[in-house]
Design a protein around this ligand. Sequence first.
Ligand code: HEM
Ligand code: HEM
Length: 233
Amino acid sequence: MDSSNSFFWTFAYDFIRGPMVWAAFIVFFAGTLFQVFRLLSFTKEQPISKLTPGPGRFIPKKADDKGKKDWVMWLKLSIAGVNPFMTIVSTIFHVLLIVMPIFVLGHNILLDNSFGVSFFSLSESVSDFLTIIVILCVAVFLYRRLFLDRVKAITTWSDYLFLSLAAAPFVTGFFAYHQVFENYRLIISLHILSGELMLMAVPFTKFVHMIYSVIIRLTVVSEYSLGRGNRTW
Ligand code: HEM
Ligand code: HEM
C-alpha cells in the first residue's frame, strides 16, 4: 500500500469513528423531531364529539362472557391471529433492533470511554446469540420476499436495499466480534458506517415507519388507534 493510499484509509477510518458518529446522531434526532412536527401539521385536533372511530375499531365491553368472546374474535381477525408466525418473527426482530444497540457491551465501553456513562450490558454470549436471532429473522423476511408469490408481487429492489441496511450492523457486528476476517479495522469501520447509515435513514426513508406508526396510532383516530386519538387528517 503506498503512503497516499494509507493516508486516505487513515482519514476515512478516523472520520467514520469520529465526526460521522456525531453527524449520524444529529441527523437522526433532528430528523425525528422534524417528522413529528410535520406529521402533526398534516393532522388537526377535533372535538371528541365529532370523531367516529373506524368500523373495525375494537371497543372493549364489560368483562362478562360476551366481552371475552369479543376479545377472542378480535384477536382472531387481527394480524396476530391471521399470521401468528410472522407476528412473532417481526416482533422479535423489531424489539431486538431497538434494544440491542443500547445493551451491547462494545457500545457501552465506547460510551463509558467517551462520556463516562453506560447502560447495563448484556453478556457477550447473550448479545451474540441475539444477533444470530436478528439475522435469522431477516432471513425469514428475505425468504418471503424471494419465494412467496403474494409478497414477491409487491417487492421492489428498494425493499431488498432497506432489508440489507437493517441487517448490515448485525452481520458486520457479528463478523467484528468473531474476527471472521483478518482485517478487524476494516470490518469494524464497515460496522460503524452501516450503523450510521441506518440511523440517518430512519427519518427520511421507509424506516420512518418507526416514527409515524407510533405517532399516528397514538394521536390520529382510526380503527387502529391506540387509546383515544383526537386528531384527523
Ligand atoms: C453508530 C455507531 C456504532 C458504533 C461506534 C459501534 C461499535 C461497535 C463495537 C466497537 C462493537 C464490538 C465489536 C467487537 O466486540 O469486536 C459492536 C458490536 C455490535 N454492534 Fe455496534 N456500533 C455502532 C452502531 C450499531 C447499530 C446501529 C447496531 C444495530 C442496530 C449495532 C449492533 C451491534 C451488535 C448487535 C454488536 C454485537 C455483535 C455480536 O456480539 O455478535 N451497532 N459495535
Ligand atoms: C417502534 C418502532 C417500529 C415499529 C412499530 C415498526 C413496525 C413495523 C411494521 C408494522 C412492519 C410491517 C410488517 C412486518 O414486517 O411486521 C415493519 C416492517 C419492517 N420494519 Fe419496522 N417498525 C419499527 C421500527 C423499525 C426500525 C427502527 C427499523 C430499521 C431501521 C425497521 C425496519 C423494518 C423492516 C426492514 C421491515 C420490513 C421487513 C420485510 O422486509 O418484510 N423498523 N415494521
